[in-house]
Design a protein. Structure first.
Lengths: 381, 266
């Protein structure tokens, strides 16, 4: 049902919010295209909820404008904006039953015959049986679906979701993620989703904007963000990254050759977001699941052309589908390596000398002037 | 020791029953003596059963007049105190203004002040202003002392209310007036109702402040006090019993309605 018209675009230009001397959101430009599932991802206090509330009209921007399609809504109060919100902890009206909660928006717009629409909407979220119950009689997951139904029934141009799954337990959260994604595909409305859970953002959204301290650090498709992080914050906040400090040695073709701890590492120049003058410092990044582990005795069997690092296994934890190793290496104290449990090598136990190797194409380069640990503390869940 | 065991097991029930008896005994005495036919003017000793007083509740001169006056004052005082008190409570919880802390503590003063002192001070105030004592001075005094109770009751309710509910209403196309009428007011209603009931009860049976500021007007509590000097007509017990029964009936009805509503929903 995705259409090419742009009436559901959300365009934020130069939007910012300050409270006294505290800047919650730095001037920020953002365009969310019609029909997309967009996630604002960040730790608490990064300004993502404030940004969402400015779109809803519940917070007045200090500077900048909010546009929905071609309409400038910056000056409109929330009840005049074609936007609906699913609130954190749902904010269902406790004095009204489920039917009336869902019918609330229709009734306020003077629509008389709401019965059919409300019943259809309750059917969509599989709550037809519960219409006459009060919100407190429902489970968390059911309340969450009522909150979605109450917002969606108004056919908003944009649906805003403020940590909608935060109050649910892990299993139910996974289920609701798929459910929300299904509903979004079905109705084709633009969703803007605020979350601190990076897995949730990556599972659900087409585009993710990673926010940190009131700024958008990086914006892109989940795979793009994961494979090509531009900053150490993104590299550490989304999943786990091994970051190795290295020095630029030479360039050969499209690759940069780096010196790290006596060895050499190869990094494709296109995947390096840092300046690469010879002698300059770069952080070399590689994801733990891209690394293969070979016992030092078999080092000769490793094919040529792969990046190699030696080390000793400091810790190994078996988690079923994979084994997660922590490697003590001269280039980096704690390298994480995830190995699929396909053919397990019995010699790979703590204390064993190993060689870590990976395809140079899986390496990314970051500016070494950044805090190497940015985003690690903040990673939640 | 079967008796001790019985006591151990039913201690809570027994204690409850004793407390209940303690609470209800005066009410039972009032009811029983409304069927008395006293010798002489005082209704203090049981003589014989009679329904005379019930057949003619307004048979005592001026009593029903004072009762109707008390009900009117209680009604208007409740209305005034509830409206003003609700607004004050919302202002205190929702807004940050300069004198907020001061107002918050001043609101408690009328509750803390000995009633008789307040009554005398009010009288001084009214006399100095040259106000004519009567219905209006009583009403002003009642609204004044009921206010604190309403504010306290409503404030507790408003404080526990999630501000996101009102934001959700606004998000769902309800303007400020609609939001207040459809969401804020219904959710605050139990607090407002509790405040109003309290105000009614306080106003209806207030004696001290009323007595000081009534001039020649006589409310029902003043009538009972006055007649107690000269002899108590049985009709006073009749009115007391009737009020008690009406209150109990109201509570029972609301409980039955509430139960039925819950059953329909479930």
């Amino acid at each position: 049902m995705k259409t090419t018209d742009s009436s559901g675009d959300v365009r934020l230009s130069g939007i910012s919010k300050t409270y006294g001397s505290f800047t919650a959101v730095h001037p920020l430009d953002l365009t969310v295209p019609q029909g997309s599932f967009f996630a604002l991802l960040g730790a608490s206090g990064c300004g993502k909820t404030t940004t969402l509330r400015m779109i809803a009209g519940l917070e007045e921007p200090t500077t900048g404008t909010v546009r929905l399609g071609d309409q400038d809504v910056t000056a409109l109060p929330p009840y005049k904006r074609p936007v609906n919100t699913v609130f954190q902890s749902y904010a269902l009206f406790p004095h009204l039953d489920i039917f009336e909660n869902v019918a609330f928006g229709l009734r306020r717009r003077g629509i008389k015959s709401v019965k059919k629409q409300v019943e259809d909407m309750l059917e969509l979220v599989q709550l037809g049986e519960q219409a006459r119950k009060k919100p407190h009689q429902l489970s968390g997951g059911q309340q969450q679906r009522v909150a979605v139904a109450r917002a969606l029934i108004n056919h908003p141009k944009v649906l805003l979701l403020d940590e909608p799954l935060g109050a649910l337990d892990l299993k139910l959260r996974r289920q609701m993620q798929l459910e929300l994604k299904r509903i979004q595909t079905e109705v084709g409305i633009t969703f803007v989703h605020v979350t601190h859970d990076q897995e949730e953002a990556m599972t659900m959204a087409d585009t993710v904007a990673v926010m940190n301290a009131g700024r958008v650090e990086q914006l892109g498709a989940p795979t793009d963000l994961y494979e090509n992080p531009q900053t150490t914050f993104v590299a550490n906040f989304l999943g786990t990254s091994n970051l190795i400090e290295a020095e630029v040695d030479t360039k050969s073709g499209d690759d940069i050759v780096l010196k790290a701890g006596g060895g050499k590492l190869v990094l494709p120049e296109a995947r390096c977001s840092a300046p690469t003058t010879a002698g300059g410092r770069v952080l070399v990044g590689v994801r733990p699941e891209k690394i293969s582990l070979t016992h030092a005795d078999d080092a000769g069997e490793i094919p040529e052309g792969r990046n190699r690092v030696t080390g000793r296994i400091a810790d190994a934890s078996f988690i079923g589908v994979s084994t997660q190793y922590v490697i003590d290496s001269p280039v980096c104290d704690e390298l994480a390596v995830y190995v699929q449990n396909v053919e397990r090598d019995g010699r790979l136990v703590p204390g064993a000398e190993v060689v870590l190797h990976w395809n140079p194409a899986h390496t990314f380069g970051l500016d070494a002037t950044q805090d190497i640990d940015a985003g690690i503390e903040e990673e939640a869940v | 020791m079967p008796f001790v065991n019985f006591l151990k097991r039913n201690l809570v029930v027994l204690a409850g029953l004793v407390t209940l008896a303690y609470l209800l005994l005066p009410n039972i005495v009032v009811t029983v003596f409304s069927f008395n036919q006293p010798k002489g003017r005082f209704n203090y000793e049981w003589q014989q059963f009679s329904t005379d007083a019930w057949k003619d509740p307004c048979g005592v001169a001026d009593m029903c007049g004072s009762l109707s006056l008390s009900l009117q004052i209680a009604f208007w005082a409740t209305l005034g105190a509830t409206v003003l008190g609700t607004m004050i409570a919302f202002a205190l919880v929702r807004y940050r203004f300069r004198a907020r802390g001061t107002v918050n503590s001043l609101i408690f003063l009328p509750m803390a002040m000995p009633e008789v002192v307040m009554a005398a001070s009010l009288l001084t105030l009214f006399l100095n202003m040259g106000a004519q004592l009567g219905f209006w001075t009583i009403l002003i005094a009642h609204i004044m002392f009921c206010l604190s109770f309403v504010v306290t009751a409503v404030k507790a309710r408003v404080m526990s209310m999630d501000p996101r509910l009102e934001q959700a209403a606004q998000d769902l196309y309800a303007g400020p007036v609609q939001t207040f009428l459809r969401v804020t007011l219904p959710i605050a209603a139990p607090g407002i109702a509790a405040g109003a009931l309290l105000a009614f009860a306080l106003s209806f049976d207030d004696f001290i402040i009323t007595n000081f500021n009534a001039g020649s007007t006589v409310t029902f509590p003043m009538f009972v006090w006055g007649s107690a000097q000269r002899g108590t007509p049985v009709q006073i017990n009749v009115i007391g019993t009737a009020m008690f029964l009406i209150a109990v009936l109201l509570v029972l009805t609301s409980m039955v309605i509430g139960n039925r509503r819950n059953k329909q929903k479930a």
